[in-house]
Structure formats: structure tokens, C-alpha cells
Design a protein around this ligand. Structure first.
Ligand code: SF4
Ligand code: SF4
Length: 438
């Protein structure tokens, strides 16, 4: 028996998402305060845009909020609940946007985002998950190395004659599946910005999917194989910096690759940057000049992968003692390392354009609802989420919505089309290109 409460026996703890038991403490300490659902009133001018959780805004039942999933997760970990179709819907109708994690950590240091990831890995391990749409994506990746099942041999079709690609360079542009097949304009704009910035870049000899959806739906074995394959290709080519134009690829390379391989982001052996960082740096140095006026009133959507989800990864394991105290010290990821300043530096440098902020911004931004396997399995949730966000765009009277991820652009653009709306949707690369002196 312990002598006093300070002498409570310590328990081993770790952030390894492949074992849901590591998060039983976090799940069982949820106090249902709903900080994961509401944006704090200090940040909010009113009630209209006051929620942060797309899943629970879409479906009011508590189960769809992070607090509901914490209770379900505890029951699953303790073997008190069986997987059912409804349960799988609750776990997967969720873009894993990380807003709940930011909100929860303002009050309690609970690892909500990691728990939600661990829950999906457990669903797959138990033979219940993922959803049929996700299995189709996995099949496409296995046979064609891209999410859509498009022919692998046309992956680099986006490269036009006016783009200079070096045979060998320190910098590699990883276009990703969406920009390669669905949004070639984003890939071309990114390549032209790199050319204009005087940054020679190369492409992977044989680029494959980053594995984002596999990881996000809990198919960790397949995701890990892609991580190893892509990292090895980068190292073999002697690359020092990997540039992405997709927020999901960025998060994957910077956070989830090291997480799966149990190393720190700083130990990858190369840097991972988003185009936003490259362009901001080039504008500051004067190598990229934004001189062409762009006459628009626009707002900016912080895509989850370049905002609250991209704090660098550091593995941790240790002990948990009385009142949840941990040793050694655990530096919590609170969504503070997002590219908030870099993106706004660029947006404010565009001559002629009027940039207005939406009420929910930076780590409090409301997710578009498309990412991490959501649009494929739950298109109605993705449309709801985009529609809700587009209301916010109209609230600030912006004509154009700019984001930094092809998945966000596609989801918003499709929703605008379905609703007959007149908001224009652009990627930040396209806006930079429109203003750049090239
Ligand atoms: S903010 Fe955290 S503690 Fe509060 S209800 Fe949400 S998950 Fe539970
Ligand atoms: S990750 Fe996003 S959608 Fe999922 S529970 Fe958290 S806030 Fe809601």
C-alpha cells in the first residue's frame, strides 16, 4: 500500500498509437466540459460560428463529439463494447481535424487526437475497420500507387514545358496524389513559384502516394510501408529539403512518418516544408516579387495539416504518477507551430488584394471536413462542413476563399458548385502565381 497519495505507484506510459491502452488514462479523464466542441468565448464574437468540431456540429448526438468518442474508446479498450456498423460510423465520420485536441489542452493535457487515431488502428486490428470506401482507396494505392486508381504512368503529366525540373537538386517537390491527378494547376503553380524563387528542384524518379489516408483510417501497416519507401527514396537521392503543396502530405511527412517510425521529426535526415514557408522566405529575401495587383477581397482558411496538426513529433515514453503527472517531461503538441504567420505574411504582401479574417482562424479554424478519408466515406459530412465554413466566408463579405491544400479546395469548390454559390475558391499557390513577377 502507498504511504500517502504522493506515493501512488507509477504506471508506464507512452504515446504509441498502435496500442489503445496507452490512452485509457486520457479517455477516462474526460470531464465532458465540451471545450473540444465550443470555441472559447474570448475568441468568439457571437454564437453563430462558435463550434469547433465538424462531426458534432453535423450530428448533435454526444457520441459524435470527442467527449463521446472518449467514452466509447474506454469501453472498447476495456472489452465492454463490440464493434457494430453504427459504432464504426461514429468513429469514421470524423475528419480528425485536431480542433478538439487544441480545445481540450487549453484546460487539461489529454491526448485527444492521438486517442482518435489509436481507436481507428484498433478498429482495423480487430478486423472491423476501415469503411468500404477506404478499402477501395487502399486497393488503388496498392495497384496504382495513387488514391484514385488512375494510371501510374500519367502521374507526372502535370509537368509542362515551361517548368524547369532539375535532374539533381537539394530540393525535392513532392506533388502528392491530389495535385498530380486532380489539381494539376496547383502542382504547376508550385513548380513555377519555385522556379521564380531561384530554387532548383527535382521530382521523385517514381513518386507514390504519401499514405495519408491509410494512416488516417488506421491501416498503419500499409502507411508504414509507404513511409519507409518514400523516406528511403529521398535519402538515396541526397535530398535536403522536401517541399509539398498539400497540407495532408505535409503533415504526413513531417509528423506521421516520424510518429510511425518512432523517431523525432528532427531525426528524419531532411527538412519538410510547405510551399507557404518557401514563398514567405523568398518574398522576404526578395527573390520572389509579388508585384502584379490582384483585385479581390479574400479570406483564408487554415487547412488543418498546415496549422494545428503540424507541431513537430517527438517520441515519448515514461511514467505516469499521481494526478496524471508524467516524467520525463512531455512537451505537449498544442497546435502552436502552424504556418499562421507565414501564410498571412504572403497574403498581406499581395498588391491590390484585400485580406479579411474569418472569426474562426488559426488553431480555432473550422475544418473543411474533407480530409483523412472523410469525403470518400461520408460525403454528406464533408459537404455540411464546407457549407458551414462558406457561411463564415460570406459573413466577412469575402468573394474568394483561399486555402493551402488541394483537398480543401476540391471540397469547397464542389460544395459551391452544388449550392450554386458565387464564392470563388483558390489555392494559395494560384494566388501567389497570379501576383508574382515571372
Ligand atoms: S475538452 Fe477534453 S475533457 Fe472536455 S469534454 Fe472535450 S475531451 Fe472531454
Ligand atoms: S478531430 Fe475534429 S471532427 Fe473529430 S472529434 Fe475532434 S474536433 Fe470533432
Amino acid at each position: 500500500m502507498p504511504k500517502d497519495r504522493y506515493d501512488t505507484p507509477k504506471k508506464k506510459a507512452s504515446l504509441d498509437v498502435t496500442n489503445l491502452d496507452n490512452f485509457v488514462y486520457d479517455m477516462s479523464r474526460c470531464i465532458k466540459c465540451k471545450g473540444c466542441y465550443w470555441v472559447e468565448h474570448t475568441y468568439m464574437p457571437g454564437i453563430k460560428f462558435s463550434t469547433r468540431c465538424p462531426s458534432n456540429t453535423w450530428n448533435d448526438f454526444d457520441a459524435y463529439g470527442a467527449f463521446g468518442k472518449m467514452r466509447i474508446g474506454t469501453a472498447i479498450a476495456e472489452g465492454k463494447m463490440e464493434w457494430t456498423d453504427k459504432l464504426l460510423e461514429i468513429i469514421y465520420a470524423d475528419p480528425l481535424c485536431g480542433a478538439c485536441d487544441v480545445g481540450c489542452k487549453r484546460n487539461l493535457d489529454l491526448e485527444i487526437e492521438l486517442t482518435l487515431e489509436a481507436l481507428r488502428i484498433k478498429a482495423v486490428k480487430d478486423g472491423a475497420g476501415p469503411m468500404p470506401a477506404h478499402k477501395k482507396i487502399a486497393k488503388n494505392i496498392a495497384s496504382k500507387h495513387n488514391q484514385f486508381g488512375s494510371p501510374h504512368e500519367i502521374r507526372k503529366k502535370w509537368v509542362t514545358k515551361d517548368i524547369k525540373v532539375a535532374a539533381k537538386a537539394d530540393v525535392l517537390y513532392f506533388a502528392g496524389c491530389s495535385a498530380s491527378y486532380v489539381n494539376p494547376d496547383i502542382a504547376r503553380a508550385t513548380a513555377k513559384i519555385l522556379n521564380a524563387s531561384g530554387m532548383p528542384f527535382t521530382l521523385m524518379a517514381d513518386e507514390w502516394c504519401c499514405g495519408n489516408t491509410l494512416y488516417s483510417v488506421g491501416m498503419i501497416d500499409g502507411a508504414k510501408q509507404l513511409a519507409k519507401r518514400n523516406i528511403e527514396a529521398v535519402k538515396k537521392a541526397g535530398i535536403k529539403t522536401v517541399v509539398t503543396s498539400c497540407a495532408e502530405c505535409y503533415r504526413m511527412w513531417k509528423v506521421d512518418y516520424p510518429k510511425m517510425l518512432n523517431i523525432a521529426t528532427s531525426d528524419l535526415g531532411f527538412k519538410v516544408v510547405h510551399l507557404i514557408e518557401v514563398a514567405d522566405e523568398a518574398i522576404k529575401k526578395g527573390s520572389l516579387k509579388l508585384t502584379k495587383p490582384v483585385d479581390i477581397r479574400f479570406t483564408y482558411h487554415d487547412s488543418c495539416g498546415v496549422s494545428r496538426l503540424c507541431d513537430p513529433w517527438t517520441p515519448w515514453k515514461g511514467e505516469r504518477g499521481w494526478m496524471g503527472t508524467v516524467s520525463p517531461e512531455l512537451k505537449r503538441r498544442r497546435g502552436k507551430s502552424g504556418l499562421y504567420a507565414e501564410s498571412r505574411n504572403i497574403l498581406n504582401a499581395i498588391p491590390g488584394a484585400k485580406f479579411v479574417e474569418m472569426p474562426r482562424k488559426q488553431e480555432n479554424a473550422f475544418c473543411c471536413g474533407a480530409g483523412r478519408g472523410t469525403k470518400e466515406a461520408f460525403p454528406e459530412l464533408a459537404s455540411f462542413s464546407a457549407k458551414h465554413r462558406l457561411e463564415e466566408v460570406k459573413e466577412v463579405s469575402a468573394d474568394v476563399l483561399v486555402s493551402a491544400c488541394p483537398w480543401c479546395k476540391n471540397n469547397f469548390a464542389q460544395t459551391v458548385k452544388e449550392d450554386g454559390d458565387n464564392v470563388k475558391v483558390m489555392d494559395i499557390s494560384e494566388l501567389i502565381l497570379a501576383s508574382a513577377e515571372i
